[in-house]
Design a binder for this molecule. Structure first.
Ligand SMILES: [Zn+2]
Length: 102
């Protein structure tokens, strides 16, 4: 059984899939990220922002993985400049900090 190719070919899968590890759901749930009007990417804290969204596990491995790779850019069809990337990095660092303090 090949779950990954199944998820790629079936675009109407209702589950949210982490763009880094391709896991559905994730232990702590998924965080939605959206493209901002300015062409950057930011976490969607409400989960209801309009537009294209990408999901990441609330796990340091996946969040940091997304920063190192270009999965978010690919899924959201944006090109992050160094400033946009820095903003996203800060937002993710903030998320991770909040998690570890809970
Ligand atoms: Zn993940």
């Amino acid at each position: 059984m090949n779950l990954i190719s199944e998820m790629i070919t079936n675009k109407k899968v209702p589950q949210r899939t982490c763009v880094v590890c391709r896991q559905v759901g994730g232990k702590r749930g998924l965080q939605r990220f959206v493209r901002t009007p300015e062409g950057g990417v930011s976490p969607d804290s409400t989960g209801k922002a309009p537009g294209r969204g990408a999901y990441l596990c609330r796990e340091p491995a996946c969040l940091n993985g997304a920063l190192k790779g270009n999965q978010l850019e690919y899924v959201l069809k944006v090109r992050l400049g160094s400033e946009d990337r820095e903003t996203l990095r800060a937002a993710i660092a903030e998320m991770l900090k909040e998690q570890s303090s809970v």
